[in-house]
Design a protein around this ligand. Sequence first.
Ligand code: FAD
Ligand code: MLT
Ligand code: ZN
Length: 493
Amino acid sequence: SASSATGAALRGLNSLTSDDLAHFSKILPASSIISSLPPVKSAVAELDIYNDDWMGKYHGQSTTVLKPKTTQQVADIVKWCNEKRIGLVPQGGNTGLVGGSIPLKDELIISLANMNTVRSFDPISGILVADAGCILQSLTDYVAPHNHIMPLDLGAKGSCHIGGNVATNAGGLRLLRYGSLHGSVLGLEVVLPDGTVLDQLSTLRKDNTGYDLKQLFIGAEGTLGIITAVSILTAPMPQSSNNVILALPKFDNVQPLYKAVKSQLSEILSAFEFIDRTAYDLAVKHGQGRALSDEDIEGAECFVLVETSGGKREHDEEKLNSLLESLMEADEPLINTGVLSQNPAQFASLWALREGVTEAVSKEGKAYKYDISIPLAKFEECVNQTREHLREQGVLRPDAVTHVLGYGHVGDGNLHLNIVAKEYSDEVANALEPFVYEMVAKYRGSVSAEHGIGAMKTHALSYSKDATSIAWMKKLKALFDPNGIMNPGKVLE
Ligand code: FAD
Ligand code: MLT
Ligand code: ZN
């Protein structure tokens, strides 16, 4: 059960005491400590912001949040925690969707929010070095006047931190073009579980000097150390960007459409994103982007958003227009219609229909989120099978599950299967699991394409990883963190 898993993860760890707080007060000013314990006893209500996750699904009971400003302060805090066997949870923007940033019980929360300075930027190489707590959007704004963009973008950009992005190996909306953070992150500075600072903050594109340790922290979800700074390769800002929403009469057209779009747009294709009809309807219902006209959506089973980014407006528009013409003029058109943005406001509005699904789902109800990699051809089958299964289980009803929808990063083979319920309940959870994970295993897919394992899927790891891999993950964890203080109970049980 969940509580015995929590017990096992926290075994041997101690709760914070006033003595610990007195020690932290020597490291940090009072303004950087939020705690319900004496001698601090500050604004206790503020703790909720750090104890509750973005979805309202996970709730911790931490008594204390520390907000260090320097790497040395992080190192001093971690060293103390290691000596005193105090569990801690690194927290960035707290936008994670798998409960990784929330304590299981009362572990100390270390928020990186005050570490938010850009350390350097080289406009020739495009290499940016920034504190882990810099908000993604603020980094985008920082490099924009130098004609660069961040190599990643996601709906949470206004809140998520670059350190959190790296810790989760976030994918997002630009992965198709710029690749994963395993490629674009050039270096990291990490405070290890014993308080040592690992300085791998390289700004080199090429560095083959043995084991690439930094890769271990990318996607480790704070279980191996606290990332305090990131060196990342930004990309030249495209001179011209366009997008179009394509309405498809049936899901089966998505694959041939992707093939046609890739071959015709080639180097200017920068995103190929999918939303099914239910996701579209929810986005519109909750005010995410402007609805398409009735005529445009008539008979549409699903939608694909295509973005182009290139070097020359006329060239890109010509390519996009001839793509649309060829799609519409075919004997059996793959699309019903395409709505092309005509100005920056429309460009943003089309993107909002896709990016806003997450927000819309959470406004509609309580979301069960499965973020899976499966063959693209199986996307629809997977959503339909889940809906059918829930119907058979008797939970598809107005007071339980109200919507089953699919959206995601088609180009990356990543489906977001979401189930919207009135409330989080054991009844719905038991109807969903292990059904969903067994379905993913059947397709030899991944139970987490991009959101991570967090607290949500520790028990499901074995559906996607074999025993040998898990055994070596455990050995690595024990090597870095023999006392098990770093984000206990996350990723590994
Ligand atoms: P948090 O939520 O604070 O933490 C996430 C995990 O990282 C936790 O395990 C935490 O302990 C650890 N962590 C955080 N900071 C550090 C650090 N400095 N050092 C070590 N560990 C750390 N994810 C995607 O992959 N693609 C998407 O397209 C996407 N879109 C999203 C859209 C919305 C609206 C929302 C709410 C979330 C979305 N996410 C997406 C999930 C989430 O935003 C990302 O995982 C994001 O990268 C998390 O960053 P954060 O700073 O909020 O981290
Ligand atoms: C997305 O692609 O929109 C994000 O990963 C968030 C989500 O899955 O809702
Ligand atoms: Zn996503």
